[in-house]
Design a binder for this molecule. Structure first.
Ligand SMILES: *[C@@H]1O[C@H](CO)[C@@H](O)[C@H](O)[C@H]1NC(C)=O
Ligand SMILES: *[C@@H]1O[C@H](CO)[C@@H](O)[C@H](O)[C@H]1NC(C)=O
Ligand SMILES: *[C@@H]1O[C@H](CO)[C@@H](O)[C@H](O)[C@H]1NC(C)=O
Ligand SMILES: *[C@@H]1O[C@H](CO)[C@@H](O)[C@H](O)[C@H]1NC(C)=O
Ligand SMILES: *[C@@H]1O[C@H](CO)[C@@H](O)[C@H](O)[C@H]1NC(C)=O
Ligand SMILES: *[C@@H]1O[C@H](CO)[C@@H](O)[C@H](O)[C@H]1NC(C)=O
Length: 411
């Protein structure tokens, strides 16, 4: 009996002490938070004063940001200290800011912690197209953006392609998030994976991945051209030829045509009116190549994207219609309307032809490389395709064998 009372009393006492203790801890916590905020505020204020400009928070992003970007917005971003942009050796980052921005990562990695797509797009859109020119004589780069499920089976071919051209290209890879393998340190693909999300073939997650790749690539001001590739793509010419062709092109290369069949116009949904009419509706391969202006348009589009997300569902394949239709509406004069990536649709069916080991020959490659005429910068050209798909992993061996022909070493 007594023991029960005693324990009852003890429990009561204990809970009282605990309550008091909690209050004390809580006050302590509040106090330290307040001090921390004060300290942080003072620090930031000092930093702003000493640098004379808010822009130092984003040495790479807002030097050329539009006037509409108010200081308070940048200030908020600074204070939250979103961690690193994809750091790149060719960019100047003031070291004083590193503590604010967060731990610096491996310099070649494109990994960052912005996982919110809207935030990423907004930041990328702030890196204006004029930036490169304003930066002086910095050499423009081509961004090669690989949209892949997992590994890149034809990587050894691409390694040969890129070899010796450092500084003229950037690589970005979007894979399934669960794919975590990293190529060897010596590979051009080492640490070039961007923060990725699951992609389901046929729905808007595919377009989201494309926009994610563009946004990441836009953060590097030196990137002027942006080409989307798959793991089944191969280059058809050597780097020099590809680079010159793209950097000097006056227009973008997005397949865009009016397909009157059910597989084209038949996929249009009237609910997209009035913004998207049947006359605007276009179809084309998802494997696009765009210049910087168009890349910014694509990632900052808030007016058309929701319509495609909501009203283009299978059998409407959003990746075949969104970019071709968007460019047709916003700047048709800046598009060649043809894709730079060759594929064989000669056999009927829902999928293009896939090449396996036995198919690969010099004759095939030369046929693809020289089999057509097209318009390039207003003149007729026999180089119409710079890349080709779909090449099965088994084609690697014969492809490596004939790279001298492929890359023109003996021409
Ligand atoms: C970075 O900028 C500082 C001044 O803003 C300059 O002194 C320095 O040379 C620059 N570094 C590079 C690599 O451009
Ligand atoms: C680039 O800058 C010039 C002035 O320096 C301006 O007239 C032009 O509109 C800008 N172009 C773009 C695409 O912002
Ligand atoms: C895309 O498709 C997958 C599988 O069909 C589905 O689980 C997912 O919810 C879809 N996502 C969107 C945004 O429609
Ligand atoms: C591409 O198509 C659009 C209309 O869809 C047209 O205005 C534009 O001139 C075409 N571009 C070329 C290079 O033919
Ligand atoms: C391309 O044009 C050249 C010269 O005009 C012509 O000889 C050649 O046959 C054409 N090639 C194709 C595939 O049409
Ligand atoms: C690249 O290919 C072109 C032909 O496409 C050739 O003229 C040139 O010599 C090649 N360059 C190198 C470095 O092999």
């Amino acid at each position: 009996m007594k023991q029960f009372e005693m324990t009852g009393f003890a429990r009561d006492l204990y809970s009282r002490i605990r309550r008091k203790f909690h209050i004390t801890i809580y006050s302590l916590f509040l106090f330290s938070m307040a001090s921390l905020l004060l300290l942080l505020g003072t620090f930031t204020f000092k930093l702003l004063l000493s640098e004379g400009s808010i822009s130092t928070c984003f040495p790479r992003l807002n030097r050329f940001s539009p006037p509409s970007t108010t200081s308070s917005y940048s200030y908020i971003l600074c204070n939250f200290g979103f961690t690193s942009f994809p750091p790149h050796p060719s960019f100047n980052s003031s070291s004083e800011l590193k503590p604010l921005i967060g731990a610096s990562r491996d310099d070649d990695s494109v990994w960052h912690s912005v996982t919110d797509d809207r935030e990423l797009m907004r930041r990328a859109a702030m890196v204006r197209p004029n930036a490169t020119k304003s930066l002086g004589n910095r050499t423009p780069k081509v961004a090669f953006m690989f949209l892949s499920r997992g590994s890149l089976p034809l990587a050894p071919l691409w390694e040969k392609f890129f070899m010796g051209h450092e500084g003229l290209y950037s690589i970005y890879i979007h894979t399934s998030p669960e794919f975590i393998d990293e190529p060897p340190v010596t590979s051009v693909f080492f640490k070039r994976k961007i923060p990725s999300k699951p992609v389901h073939w046929g729905n808007v997650t595919m377009v989201d991945a494309e926009r994610r790749l563009l946004a990441n690539a836009l953060l590097d001001r030196a990137n002027e051209r942006f080409v989307l590739l798959s793991e089944a793509c191969i280059p058809l010419f050597n780097f020099t030829t590809v680079y010159n062709y793209l950097i000097n092109a006056e227009q973008s290369f997005i397949g865009s045509f009016d397909d009157p069949r059910p597989t084209g116009r038949g996929r249009y949904n009237k609910k997209m009116l009035p913004r998207v009419s049947l006359a605007d509706w276009r179809k084309g391969s998802q494997w696009f190549e765009v210049n910087r202006n168009l890349a910014i348009e694509i990632i900052s589009d808030d007016s058309y994207y929701p319509l495609f997300r909501d009203y283009c569902n299978p059998p409407c394949y959003v990746d075949e219609h969104y970019v071709p239709t968007l460019v047709n509406i916003i700047s048709p004069e800046h598009n060649t309307n043809r894709s730079i990536t060759w594929v064989d649709w000669s056999k009927p069916g829902p999928h293009p032809r896939e090449y396996v080991k036995k198919d690969v020959s010099m004759a095939l490659l030369n046929q693809i490389r020289q089999g057509s005429n097209c318009t390039y910068n207003g003149r007729t050209s026999s180089i119409c395709f710079l890349f080709a798909r779909k090449f099965h992993r088994s084609t690697l061996e014969p492809l490596l064998r004939i790279t001298p022909i492929l890359f023109g070493f003996n021409e």
